[in-house]
Write a protein that binds this ligand. Structure first.
Ligand SMILES: [Zn+2]
Length: 387
């Protein structure tokens, strides 16, 4: 403590001030010279010594600093949903018109769609401008589907930006419908798989790039319209074409870190997979698929591991208009993938199934009782599967 730091010093002479006990108490120091100074006061917050001179700090700071270590390479991550059959025609068109809300089917799970990087769906209707809204097909004994091309706006809005087209309605509007569908999706920036202007195009894998993590999709169907697969064509990938499947999965494997095979097959409204589904699943896994996800039966079928890979034989409907209880129960599959630095293959970090109930064409979360029923039908003990 120096006199200069005593606030009273400037106002009182040293002699007068130092005669005063009050001054001594305030300054904590006596005169210099007459007597030896009292012991230094103990250091308190008030009396702590001043910080070291600035020059010392400068000297330390001026030393050449080590460059910071390079940041650890981060794994790449992607998270997406896979959902079942989506249509915008038939009764879905009527519900949307009645509500005056094209987003109606997507509202209950809007937050989930926003949270994932994208949603992959089976688009079950061709797009065409050649028909009037809600036109009923004449002289047809089976469902013939179509929808207005502007339906793609809600697909884009809710990030349904990757779709399978290989299904039993792909040719419902003939080749003109295939062409208009492909044009419409391309113009909207929605990627597609399973259908093309020749079989090579139909079997070309779709590559979805999520910040550098590449996910490939291959799709095939048992039929191209509702004729149980009797007619053949050059536009739709077919499940029995196992050689083309193997080649497509190999190409997918080469260009991607994770391979999804999707397929459209099975018996409608049946709860167990048929022989064609089982044969396709085996071939897909043997070819190198990381996961296989199917649809068409309009109900949930078992989920199981086949040769170490998760297989969903049928995840059911999604934006769909069948009102029966079993037809309005479905699964949405959520995958979180991670690609460690330098690795060639992504790992499944999390695999979740969301039990879904469809009300008025809008899929939403099932309540606990329905969820338990849906998971039971899938043969799953819970919503999270071990990768
Ligand atoms: Zn179908």
């Amino acid at each position: 403590m120096a006199f200069a730091r005593c606030p009273l010093f400037s106002r009182l002479s040293r002699r007068v001030a130092c005669a005063s006990i009050a001054f001594l108490a305030a300054c904590g120091a006596g005169t210099s010279g007459d007597k030896p100074p009292p012991p230094a006061p103990s250091v308190t917050a008030e009396t702590a010594p001043p910080p070291p001179p600035a020059t010392a700090v400068t000297t330390v700071a001026a030393l050449p600093a080590d460059p910071p270590p390079p940041p650890e390479p981060e794994p790449l991550r992607a998270r997406f949903l896979s959902v079942g059959d989506v249509i915008f025609g038939r009764r879905i068109a009527k519900i949307i018109a009645r509500k005056g809300d094209p987003d109606h089917p997507f509202r209950p799970l809007a937050k989930l769609y926003a949270d994932v990087d994208f949603t992959f769906a089976n688009l079950e209707n061709p797009f065409t401008t050649a028909k009037k809204p809600n036109e009923t097909p004449a002289g047809k004994r089976y469902a013939v589907l179509w929808a207005r091309p502007d339906s793609v706006q809600s697909l884009v809005k809710y990030k349904f930006t990757a779709v399978n087209l290989a299904n039993n309605h792909a040719l419902d509007q003939d080749l003109a419908g295939v062409k208009e569908t492909l044009r419409t999706l391309d113009a909207a920036g929605i990627q597609h798989v399973g259908v093309g202007l020749d079989l090579a195009a139909a079997w070309t894998p779709m590559f979805v790039d999520v910040r550098g993590l590449k996910i490939a999709f291959v799709g095939a169907s048992f039929a191209s319209k509702n004729d149980m697969g009797i007619s053949r064509n050059n536009y739709v990938a077919r499940i029995e074409d196992e050689k083309r499947l193997a080649a497509a999965v190999a190409k997918a494997r080469e260009g991607a870190h994770f391979v999804v095979v999707t397929f459209h097959a099975g018996d409608e409204h049946k709860f167990t997979p048929n022989a064609a589904q089982k044969a396709f699943v085996k071939a897909a896994v043997r070819s190198g698929a990381d996961i296989v996800i199917g649809g068409h039966p309009h109900v949930v079928q078992p989920v199981e591991k086949v040769d170490g890979k998760w297989v969903f034989y049928s995840i059911g409907n999604y934006v769909f208009d069948q009102a029966a209880v079993d037809n309005s129960e479905a699964l949405a599959v959520e995958l979180a993938l991670e690609l460690p630095p330098g690795a060639a293959r992504a790992e499944i970090k999390k695999l979740l199934v969301h039990p879904i109930v469809i009300e008025e064409g809008a899929p939403g979360p099932a309540d606990d009782a329905r969820a338990a029923k849906i998971l039971g039908r899938a043969g799953l003990p819970g919503r999270e599967l071990t990768p």
